[in-house]
Design a protein around this ligand. Structure first.
Ligand code: NAD
Length: 296
């Protein structure tokens, strides 16, 4: 059993922290939202009133926050949380942020003798709840080995992508592809519906054909096709359009830096930017389906 400070218990962090409690760890949680914190406390975590109280005496510090500037502000600049963390603790940041943000955190922590890992995840809220997330880790071998049992309580696949920042780079590539196949799936479903097909029948056909992909299989964007998908809950919960826009922005920054060509990612970024500007920012990213049905 380990003592763990967990910061950011939103859509993803909440169920992740609960799985750590279920695995027998002692988990102290902090979030700016008292309501979200209370949800996790009701499942056996200890709620605290500051990030400093969450990390006091913790062997592991885990964060699941919206963006790189927030991660840097918490650990380095505004809250200076690194000052409250023991140099024997391992900091595991699971937020999706730019590789540069992860490297800045590594350098600031390293100067204080604290070890960090970037460990963004894939698998969505469903994976976070079921404890089947994929962790994509960047950092040293020793820290990776130390983190693995903790991460395994929240996920079923734990990959070591490379050095500091490599976890974020791999995650950014994955999410660019996710945006592309979600847009493509929504486009194909709308084409079928506009030409008289039932979206469920078309989905079943494509699932057994060469159009099969993760969005179609686990996250169908057409309302009513998949009962448990955000599309059937008015696109509530899940992975916000705003967060997908952030990740596509990170992909564009990475492409600029490496001078890579990303025509499909660039188009997906334009579509999601427009979709966010049309008022869908807080809804799940599969709501891009609505962009195609002339509702916007
Ligand atoms: P979310 O907005 O639901 O949760 C973020 C939480 O962080 C919120 O509860 C917020 O109150 C809290 N927070 C913000 N600033 C804070 C601070 N300074 N101190 C303490 N708490 C703070 O977002 P989410 O969907 O859980 O996503 C979190 C991260 O996981 C993002 O980086 C996202 O890109 C990534 N991610 C999300 C999904 C998904 O399907 N939702 C999947 C994979 C990765």
């Amino acid at each position: 059993m380990a003592t763990i400070g967990f910061i950011g218990v939103g859509n993803m962090g909440g169920p992740m922290a609960i799985n750590l409690v279920k695995a027998g760890h002692q988990v102290k949680v902090f979030d700016l939202s008292a309501e979200l914190k209370a949800k996790v406390v009701s499942q056996g975590a200890e709620g605290v009133d500051s990030p400093q109280a969450a990390v006091a005496n913790a062997e592991f510090v885990i964060s699941m926050l919206p963006s790189g500037p927030i991660v840097e502000s918490l650990y380095i600049h505004q809250d200076k949380l690194l000052d409250a963390i023991s140099d024997t603790a391992l900091v595991i940041d699971c937020s999706t942020i730019a590789p540069e943000n992860a490297i800045n955190l590594f350098k600031a922590a390293d100067a204080k003798g604290i070890t960090t890992l970037d460990a963004p995840v894939s698998g969505g809220v469903g994976g976070a709840t079921a404890g089947t997330l994929t962790f994509i880790v960047g950092g040293d071998d020793d820290a990776f080995a130390r983190a693995k049992p903790i991460l395994s309580a929240m996920g079923k696949n734990v990959f070591h992508a490379g050095g500091h920042g490599a976890g974020q780079t791999a995650k950014i590539c994955n999410n660019m592809l996710l945006a592309i196949h979600m847009v493509g799936t929504a486009e194909a479903l709308q084409l079928g519906v506009d030409n008289g097909l039932d979206p469920k029948v078309l989905s079943d056909i494509m699932l057994q054909s060469s159009g099969r992909n993760w969005s179609l299989e686990l996250y169908n964007p057409y309302p009513g096709v998949m009962e448990t998908a955000p599309a059937s809950q008015d696109y509530a919960g899940g992975f916000q359009v705003n967060l997908m826009n952030k990740d596509l922005g990170l992909a564009m920054e990475a492409a600029l830096k490496s001078q890579s060509t990303t025509p499909m990612g660039t188009l997906a970024k334009s579509l999601y930017s427009q979709h966010g500007r049309n008022g869908w920012g807080m809804k799940d990213f599969s709501s891009i389906q609505r962009w195609f049905d002339k509702a916007e």
